[in-house]
Design a protein around this ligand. Structure first.
Ligand SMILES: [Zn+2]
Length: 183
């Protein structure tokens, strides 16, 4: 029954107020999240991406999907009027579903906004280290595969870092659909 209510896409108010970042809560997440294995890559010459998980193999696998999604988003959202205007690094955490949905540990996510229901993934542009966007992906999502979840959250990262691209679920879903269907 719970699965019927699983959400997979979340948005927060997207601005870069550094005062929203709480180092202590962030550290606690790092301690418990099992995210010690990191892979770095510079994508498109302006996005410094790092993926974080419990093994190098997993982090490399996530990086592969993230890169593929970014390359696709760069083409999909390449329309007149859409311009990169808010450069941010990107951190992607691939974590156990139990960790992602631990509302005490992940207290920095806006749980009230989706009635405290379980989630499969999230993009966070406010509660994040300065000039950084953060994506969280569940290792055992319900209903959607990891590639699809990543593409959806990459669309939100794109909305956060580009002007002329309104923050919306509609365009995130449109990109997700395009990405999955054109593979
Ligand atoms: Zn969404």
């Amino acid at each position: 029954m719970k699965n019927m209510f699983l959400l997979f896409c979340l948005m927060f108010s997207l601005n870069s107020n550094a005062q929203n970042f709480d180092q202590e809560t962030w550290n606690k997440f790092h301690e418990k999240g099992d995210v010690d294995y990191k892979v770095d890559k510079n994508i498109l010459g302006w996005i410094k991406v790092s993926t974080h998980s419990s093994s190098t193999e997993e982090s490399e696998m996530i990086m592969k999907h993230v890169e593929e999604s970014i390359m696709s988003a760069n083409i999909f959202f390449n329309r007149s009027g859409i311009k990169k205007c808010n450069k941010k690094n990107l951190m992607v955490f691939f974590i156990d579903d139990k960790i992602l949905n631990d509302q005490d540990l992940m207290s920095f996510l806006g749980w009230e906004k989706w009635n405290r229901l379980d989630i499969n993934g999230a993009y966070e542009g406010v509660y994040a280290p300065r000039k950084t966007g953060v994506i969280f992906i569940s290792k055992t999502p319900s209903g959607k595969d990891i590639r699809q979840l990543i593409s959806h959250e990459i669309a939100h990262y794109w909305q956060d870092t580009h002007c002329g691209l309104p923050i919306s679920e509609t365009s995130a879903w449109a990109f997700e659909k395009h990405y999955i269907e054109n593979k």
